[in-house]
Design a protein around this ligand. Sequence first.
Ligand SMILES: [Zn+2]
Length: 199
Amino acid sequence: MLDDIPSLNQLLKILQQIPYLASKNVYKVADHFLHMDPAKIQQFCSVLMQANEAVVPCENCFCLKEQDRVCLFCVSKKRDHSLICIVETWQEVFAIEKTNGYLGVYHVLGGVICPLDGIGPEDLTIQQLLMRIDNGIKEVILATNQTPEGEATAAYIAVQLRKKQVEVSCLARGLPVGSLLGTMDRLTVYKALSERRRF
Ligand SMILES: [Zn+2]
């Protein structure tokens, strides 16, 4: 039947390429687009293109920033630049920022070490992190997710940091196994950070 409506077929196919869109929702999202006002559709497309072009990682901490602006974290005078929180992606930065309780800076790894997916330490920003450590960093908080890959990545980084004069801590105990920072509520994230312990 879809062959007779090739435009709909195409729309469904492109929506199916979005990795986080559950397949049961594809028809609903397609329906939403089909009923959207043409002006809104245009706005939607231009916002997508603009974000895709203008949102880039900071060359220092790899948090996201606007291409033609400075990184809010790296230039901030209110932040403690001797304290770095290491996270997997920018999503965790947002989760931590929502707590309003962290005043250090960040380092975004860009993922986790996962040999099965062919992702090794060299595919992450670990080398750049080690270069940052030598510039007056006193403490590093390993805040990778508590998944097997997240913990293995934290352990790998901790070994690399052994040669450096820096305190290494990690999130508080008592978090549910497999918990993801990005999906925790604000208070839990705040407690995990403020009650951090030595690694
Ligand atoms: Zn930055």
